[in-house]
Write a protein that binds this ligand. Structure first.
Ligand SMILES: [Zn+2]
Length: 510
């Protein structure tokens, strides 16, 4: 890292005038991206193009790469919770680790080509003794959520009468400008989220700065040839609902890139695993020791499938989408409910159960925009239905074709068991072992009698919840499982008819 403190030292450093003098932000992004593309070609797993962006490798990422190679300003279009902001923030990883600028300059002037009056005067006077400061990549990212009340003053600047009075300057002098967000982001990345919400005349101001580097502040023309990579995000549904992007600005946005929700449950699980706060074992500043978390695969799957099922459900508003933040928040609440139970019962292992997902309704209901039919039934009811559908699907992926007749019979003969989400594992396990045929099925979930009670209870409960989701057994509000309502003898689903091969023979040894 260069430690140049003056313009003279900078000239002799790797940040020479030859390299930096005319290099713009978009050149810098392009240069560093080219290096990364080569590395990624050599070892894709060790050198991802955008670290932490999951599920976009074949769709969104190549389009962003092309936009940056083309030195485009670009816009990400997509429904909420599709990692748009995250992608925009990840662009800072393509900036140099540190960038030199003229010390004290509010708009981080290029030492070789200052645009502000103060710095031009300073360099003329101090020459190679002009002091240099350094800016880290993360500090070169400015983000603004567009709202209808954003003004030109916010974005570009304002005449500061106090500055004018103090300095004895003419009001129109450059010295009297109080810079807005855009100039302050000079030589960096400026991101505007939800662009259509920006008033039309502000978009015109934005267009002028992108096009000509010229702006008018309160009638005074000021030339600010800023060096910026401007990126945007927008929700396509807002175009018609709330506002639009003015044509000349749209025309200046080089690439329009569509984002999407994870294409597969596996990708969704990977994103949720990355984003949700589940690694809570940090025992710093005297925190009590947190019990160890064991997260069964079927729990990950059910949580993720809630979002997938919701995105297909006609009671949920399609245009507003179902954010990836739904499974992420749900996961955090699920782990917390399991944590609460483990702490109450002095258990050393936190193992989430399906009942913890029902207990996570507060993290789910608020994230669903409902259609009229859904509104009539209520967010709670709809969410429970979604969870139940997610359980049924996950049950099928793990236990398809496994005969559960013996378990269903046990309930049909009057068996009942209560499995509250607050009940400790040890006490519940005893009851579960009474259900004929249940515990031996846990091997299908890679759980055996040697596993801890917490793990066994969670797996057994998943099977019972799955049977309930498929209407094979009943369950009431108090979480008492019992015989299902007797249905007319309809042809059963294959999964309950087929004895798994070899199983009957093995069972006779039990
Ligand atoms: Zn300056």
């Amino acid at each position: 890292m260069s430690s140049a403190r003056t313009l003279g030292e900078l000239r002799a450093s790797p940040f020479s005038e030859n390299r930096l003098g005319s290099r713009r932000v978009k050149d810098e992004l392009r240069d560093n991206l080219m290096v990364r593309l080569r590395k990624n070609g050599e070892s894709p797993n060790d050198a991802p193009i955008f670290p932490g962006i999951v599920g976009y490798d074949d769709t969104v990422v190549p389009q962003i790469v092309n936009a940056i190679l083309s030195r485009h300003n670009f816009i990400l279009l997509g429904l909420r919770g599709q990692a748009k902001s995250r992608i925009l923030r990840a662009l800072t990883t393509l900036l140099d680790a540190e960038m030199p600028y003229i010390a004290g300059c509010e708009i981080h002037d290029n030492p070789y080509a200052p645009i502000c009056r103060r710095c031009r005067d300073l360099v003329a006077k101090e020459k190679d003794a002009t002091p240099i400061a350094w800016l880290a990549a993360e500090d070169r990212y400015v983000e603004k959520l567009a709202t209808p009340d954003v003004t030109i003053a916010d974005l570009i600047g304002d005449i500061d009468p106090i500055k004018a009075a103090r300095g004895g300057h003419e009001l129109s002098s450059e010295f009297t400008v109080h810079y807005g967000l855009l100039p302050r982001a000079n030589r960096g990345i400026f991101a505007i989220n939800e662009l259509p919400d920006l008033a039309g005349k502000i978009q015109v101001g934005l267009f002028n700065i992108m096009q000509e580097g010229d702006v008018q502040i309160k009638g005074y023309p000021i030339r600010l040839p800023l060096d910026l990579a401007i990126v945007f995000s927008a929700n396509p549904e807002d175009y018609t609902a709330r506002g639009k992007i003015i044509t000349p600005l749209k025309d200046r946005i080089g690439s329009e890139i569509r984002t999407h929700y994870p294409a597969t449950v596996e990708e969704g699980i990977a994103i949720t695993a990355q984003e949700a706060w589940t690694r809570r074992d940090a025992n710093h500043h005297g925190n009590p020791v947190v019990p160890q978390l064991h997260l069964p695969a079927y729990i990950n799957e059910v949580i993720e499938r809630i979002a997938f099922v919701a995105r297909e459900d006609k009671k949920v508003d399609k245009r507003s989408g179902v954010s990836q933040r739904l499974p992420i928040s749900a996961m955090e609440n699920v782990v917390s409910n399991a944590e609460r139970r483990a702490l109450t019962h002095q258990e050393t292992l936190v193992v989430p159960r399906i009942s913890d997902i029902y207990a996570a309704l507060p993290a789910i209901t608020g994230k669903l925009e409902l259609e009229y039919e859904g509104e009539m039934k209520g967010a709670d009811f709809v969410s429970r239905e979604l969870i139940r559908a997610a359980i049924a699907k996950s049950y099928d992926t793990h236990l398809h074709g496994v005969s559960m007749n013996q378990i269903v019979q046990w309930f049909d003969l009057g068996g009942e068991i209560q499995l509250g989400d607050n009940a400790g594992a040890a006490e519940v396990l005893e009851g579960l072992c009474q259900i004929q045929g249940l515990m031996e099925k846990l091997t299908k979930l890679n759980v055996g009698p040697k596993d801890s009670p917490e793990v066994q209870v969670s797996a057994a409960e998943f099977i019972l919840e799955g049977l309930h989701a498929h209407k094979k057994i009943g369950r009431n509000e108090e979480r008492v499982f019992s015989a299902g309502e007797k249905q007319p003898k309809a042809p059963e689903k294959p999964m309950f008819e087929r004895e798994e091969p070899g199983f009957g023979r093995k069972r006779s040894f039990n």
